[in-house]
Design a protein around this ligand. Structure first.
Ligand code: S3P
Length: 175
């Protein structure tokens, strides 16, 4: 099946490497790198943490969906998305309409270790970030799975190894 458009769309949980690996995939292929979180920050002039705190999660989800919708004419982009973008059921169709959708996976331990390095994830600023990760992953995994064309586990791969694997899978998908 050939995709509707020639973008590579990265979905998956926080801390699975979408942005770091996405930049490398874009550099390899000469594609533009786009990040829906960054689009929301540029559009609203507020950080993600501020948006969650002052306007609430539903407001953020609306802006995130609007950012995704604004990309529908894009081509030759690597598009990294926020981990909760699939929480809105209509977004799965928008993601797939953009091109080749890749699900980034990592083990719960690796995710916890990576997200603990920064304090920028509002959903994990609570007394039980490990439990929150487990609960969200359980709910989201089937949605990531049904939305994606391809999956990659980044737990044991370097950013460059993961980027090479995704670029090769995209080449096969697009040909
Ligand atoms: C979120 C993931 C974040 C960001 C926001 C909510 C989520 O993006 O959109 O904090 O619901 O999983 P990353 O997946 O890039 O960390």
């Amino acid at each position: 099946m050939s995709p509707d458009r020639g973008n590579i769309v990265l979905i998956g949980f926080m801390g699975t490497g979408k942005s770091s690996v996405g930049r490398r995939i874009a550099a390899r292929l000469g594609y533009r790198f786009v990040d829906t979180d960054r689009l929301v920050v540029e559009e609203t002039g507020s950080s993600i943490a501020e948006l969650f705190e002052t306007k609430g999660e539903p407001f953020f989800r609306d802006r995130e969906t609007a950012a995704l919708a604004s990309l529908q004419g894009a081509d030759r982009c690597v598009i990294a998305t926020g981990g909760g973008i699939i929480d809105r059921p209509a977004n799965s169709g928008l993601l797939r309409a953009l091109g080749f959708v890749v699900w980034f996976i990592a083990s719960e331990e690796v995710i916890f270790e990576r997200v603990s390095r920064t304090a920028k994830r509002p959903l994990l600023k609570n007394d039980d970030p490990k439990g929150t990760i487990a609960r969200l992953l359980k709910r989201r995994a089937p949605i990531y799975e049904s939305t994606a064309h391809f999956k990659i586990d980044t737990s044991l791969r370097s950013h460059d190894e993961a980027a090479a694997a995704v670029a090769e899978a995209a080449r096969l998908h697009f040909q």
